[in-house]
Design a protein around this ligand. Structure first.
Ligand SMILES: [Zn+2]
Ligand SMILES: [Zn+2]
Ligand SMILES: [Zn+2]
Length: 93
């Protein structure tokens, strides 16, 4: 865990896939779930990089992997892998 996860109350995912890609009709590679607002965005290997862009727009610090079976999160502020808060695990795939 990192300090940016303290006090987070992760909401359920807002969309089943990358929110922006679904709207634009563009493909993604992997998905990330924002633990501040439930935004689902695509990873940096995807053309849109919408998860990272979401961090830059919203300053929401931590996103969890939204890939089946994966249980890890990334803190954009610390640029480090962190644990998924227990409150968020029911929303992961
Ligand atoms: Zn952090
Ligand atoms: Zn995307
Ligand atoms: Zn967010």
């Amino acid at each position: 865990m990192c300090e940016h996860e303290v006090g987070l109350e992760p909401p359920p995912p807002r969309t089943p896939g990358c929110e922006e890609c679904l709207r634009l009709g563009t493909p993604w590679v992997h998905l990330r779930l924002c633990l501040s607002c439930g935004h689902v965005g695509c990873c940096d290997s995807s053309p849109g990089r919408h998860a990272t862009r979401h961090f830059h727009h919203m300053n929401h610090p931590v996103a969890a992997s939204f890939e089946p079976g994966e249980r890890w999160a990334w803190c954009y502020v610390d640029q480090a892998m962190v644990d998924v808060p227990p409150e968020a695990t029911p929303y992961l795939r």
